[in-house]
Design a protein around this ligand. Structure first.
Ligand code: GAL
Length: 807
């Protein structure tokens, strides 16, 4: 059905099932000026900013710094500087915006942001991870005079984070223009109180703002399915607007609902239209999903009645060499890689994520544990959020829940990670943890009762003030896999989630033998640590972990065994900037990831893939470049087969199969150069074969783009993997060649990396070394259509080039 609405001079047509068209929403990312300056003030309406740098948001200035041993952020914060940055933008509003509401939405600014419009201060927002809105209407010119907005971002007080935070307006900004009667910020709340195969009841609560004298409106609510078909409809006429905000509740029924699940993430939309008589006042779109889920004290997690484990990972928000600046494609790539190994859930450790992450999880079918805080009133770092706790925690928690409660992917709220208040003192004299936990749970429940509340406890045993508060629906343990089996006795009748697990340590492509002895590193925090590893590596055999954690296999074996364990969130899916446990400088990024910082999977990825997916897997490692006579342990992860046979230069080294609960097989081999070959078989029939050959000297560069065609939108990315190979095309497992890049056409290089935790080269520029044979070059569209040609060269190697298209 086509409707025409007239909005004070702006004629807009819409299909009932399409995007919003009455309200005007503009992505406000482009055309900003930027300066890093902790001395001067630039909040006035008129500032000469012509000499400032031009840039588009999202922007993270910290990632542009060189790594610095003396950075006040410490290696924990990625050894990259914070500071004070100013952003300014000049914009002119159409005359049609007089008598309108002009609203600006910041998805996230790290941190301590202050905003001025035409010299008037409109607000301050300390927390770097929550989204916020300002109503700019009273301060704006709508007569064609230019307006200026100035944003000060103060990330100078360090340390304020246990990981790399990034600095600046690192998420998207939006400008919205509405009529004076409009749907409030995050003004719809959609739930599905009754769901069965035949029908679903959809409850839609709508908050309507009134900034003028209009008293009555019509509220028209339409539900459309994933194909855009209208499937339910409700009109409330003559809704009385008595207050500045009026809440209206509607129930709609739709038949034969298509359920949202991890394999079929079907999304519906609620399209809300406000009308004055026949003319449209506002429209608003809310994607949602229809699903049921639950946690059971005996049987763990279920979605739409089907029981399965939550196979989750924790991630921080940085995107490796792109820093904290959010990019939809970079997030999507991370999630694609993780889904490829069977991950079905993400924990947004330890803070609310960018909205794009939740949109992607909704559409890709990933469950989410949405976390609020890494600390409450008691600090973890001198300048962290505890400074703002008293004034801000309620506002921030409300904003998180209001923003995220319509996402079908979100299935758990976490009110905090490893909160110091869980300890109540020697004799339990400090009960603040109980009180705060109850207060936070009450805030969440006042806004959403459809998801359980947890907290990630690193002291899971009694007494724990947060658990004892009774505020949690799900008891969350961080680590302590040795205690999982006794959970039903420790907390009878309670439901369980392993909120954080493992913390194994690995460097991609690096192997310490013997592989069957486990390193628990660091041994101590208070003595300089290198454990005989001056190259600051950790072994990728899954034989190295933090002492509070475990190897990957240790924890998964336990989770797998007991039905009452609903699942886990492994620390971490991807390596992240900062927290280079077990080392210090020059290590500056984490070793915890299943995937390295550049997005290259470590070997353990294939253990999970063999366990968590149905795809046939055979993965042998390590590489085959050793000293003749070395003793080398060869591991294989496999599935869909009953045994694996290993051959060296055609000679069988024997058949092996997994025994008991083991998750890999292995051989101890005396090294000879040549070809290592594994064959997995089922009932004697070959399932898969894998070969690794001893590589000769580095000879050539090979480039491979994850996507050869990208959108010409100035944001889309192609991730190009750079491999150094020998003359026969074998990856050279130790190659660390310096690669020079040259790009022409409609793209630019926005990041370079190789996944090495100790690499101190900048992420920006046109040259970067490979590490253990691999490098990454991230190419971004510059906004125009056409070819993008990337060339790579290195001394002594045959270069390579590829052509991508921006369309
Ligand atoms: C946990 C903590 C994480 C990270 C991890 C490293 O205790 O929750 O943020 O620090 O340890 O092992």
């Amino acid at each position: 059905m086509k409707k025409i609405f007239l909005l004070a001079g702006i004629v807009i047509s819409m299909m009932a099932a399409a995007q919003t068209h009455i309200r005007y929403i503009e992505n406000f990312d482009n055309g900003w000026k930027f300066i890093l300056d902790s001395v001067n003030e630039y909040s006035a309406a008129n500032v000469n900013d012509t000499a400032w740098r031009n840039l588009n948001l999202p922007h993270d200035w910290s990632i542009e710094f060189a790594f610095d041993k003396n950075s006040p952020t410490g290696v924990g914060g990625g050894a990259l500087h914070g500071g004070v940055g100013w952003y300014r933008k000049t914009f002119t509003l159409p005359e049609a915006s007089s008598n309108k509401q002009v609203l600006i939405d910041f998805d996230g600014v790290y941190m301590n942001s202050s905003v001025w419009v035409n010299g008037h201060k409109v607000g301050f927002h300390p927390y770097g991870y929550t989204s916020f809105r300002y109503n700019l209407t009273p301060y704006l010119h709508v007569d064609g005079t230019p307006n200026t907005i100035a944003v000060k971002v103060d990330n100078s007080k360090q340390p304020n984070s246990r990981w790399y935070s990034g600095s600046g307006i690192y998420r998207n900004v939006w400008l919205t223009i509405t009529n004076p009667v409009y749907v409030d910020h995050w003004g719809t709340y959609v739930t599905t109180p009754v769901v069965n195969n035949a029908s679903a009841t959809v409850q839609v609560n709508t908050s309507i703002c009134r900034a003028d004298t209009l008293h009555k409106v019509t509220l028209n609510t339409v539900i459309v399915d994933d194909k855009g078909n209208k499937v339910a409809h409700k009109i409330n006429t003559l809704v009385e607007l008595n207050d500045s905000v009026t809440n209206v509740s509607q129930q709609l029924t739709l038949t034969n609902p298509k359920l949202w699940s991890v394999n079929h993430p079907v999304l519906y939309k609620v399209i809300t239209t406000l009308l004055d008589g026949k003319s449209g006042l506002d429209d608003y779109v809310t994607p949602f999903g229809i699903r049921t889920f639950g946690f059971d004290a005996n049987n763990g997690f279920s979605l739409n009645g089907e029981h399965f484990k939550i196979n989750g990972v924790c991630n921080h928000h940085d995107l490796g060499c792109l820093g904290a600046a959010v990019n939809r494609r970079a997030l999507e790539r991370q999630l694609e890689i993780l889904k490829g190994m069977g991950v079905n859930a993400i924990r947004t450790s330890h803070n609310p994520p960018a909205p794009e992450l939740l949109n992607l999880c909704d559409s890709m079918g990933l469950l989410v544990m949405d976390e609020a805080f890494d600390m409450w009133k008691k600090q973890k770092n001198p300048y962290d959020y505890h400074l703002y706790w008293d004034e801000w925690h309620e506002k921030d928690l409300r904003s998180q829940v209001m923003r995220d409660r319509n996402h079908p992917s979100v299935i758990i709220w976490s009110i905090g990670n490893e909160i110091p208040e869980q300890w109540g003192g020697k004799n339990g004299e400090d009960s603040s943890g109980k009180m705060i936990a109850r207060e936070l749970a009450d805030i969440v429940r006042s806004l959403d009762t459809t998801r359980p509340i947890t907290a990630a406890n690193n002291n899971p045993e009694p007494p724990n003030m947060i658990i004892e508060s009774g505020a949690l629906d799900l008891i969350g343990y961080n680590y302590h896999h040795q205690l999982y089996a006794a959970f039903p006795q420790t907390y009878p009748g309670k439901k369980f989630i392993a909120t954080e697990t493992v913390s194994a340590l690995e460097t991609r492509g690096h192997y310490d033998m013997p592989s069957d002895s486990i390193r628990r590193w660091p041994v101590r925090w208070d003595i300089p640590f290198n454990n005989g590893n001056p190259d600051l590596t950790c072994s990728a055999y899954d034989n190295c972990s933090a002492p509070w954690g475990s190897t990957h296999e240790e924890t998964w074996k336990v989770i797998k065994k007991y039905n009452f364990l609903s699942g886990q969130f492994i620390w971490t899916g991807f390596d992240y900037l900062g927290e280079p446990t077990p080392y210090g400088w020059p290590a500056r990024s984490s070793y915890f990831g299943i995937v390295d910082l550049a997005g290259f999977p470590k070997d353990i990825y294939y253990m999970y893939k063999s366990e968590w997916t149905n795809e046939p897997v055979l993965h042998i490692f390590p590489h085959w470049n050793w000293k003749v006579g070395d003793t080398v342990d060869v591991w294989a992860y496999y599935n869909h087969a009953d045994e694996v046979e290993l051959f060296l230069n055609g000679k069988s080294l024997g058949k092996k199969h997994k025994e008991g609960d083991s998750l890999h097989v292995w051989w101890r081999v005396v090294y000879q150069p040549g070809t290592l070959k594994a064959i997995s078989t089922e009932n004697g029939k070959t399932v898969l074969t894998q070969e690794i050959k001893t590589a000769g000297a580095p000879a050539k560069i090979v480039l491979k783009a994850d996507r050869n065609t990208i959108h010409a939108d100035g944001k889309d990315l192609s991730f190009v993997t750079v491999t150094v190979v020998d003359k026969d095309g074998n990856t050279v497992p130790y190659a660390d060649n310096l690669i020079y890049y040259n790009i022409t056409g409609q793209g630019s290089i926005v990041g370079l990396d190789n996944g090495q935790q100790t690499d101190l080269e900048p992420f920006k520029g046109t040259q970067h070394k490979t590490f253990n044979g691999l490098g990454l070059c991230v190419v971004q569209s510059n906004g125009a259509k056409g070819d993008i040609t990337l060339q790579a060269s290195a001394d002594g190697l045959q270069g390579a080039s590829i052509v991508m298209k921006a369309l």
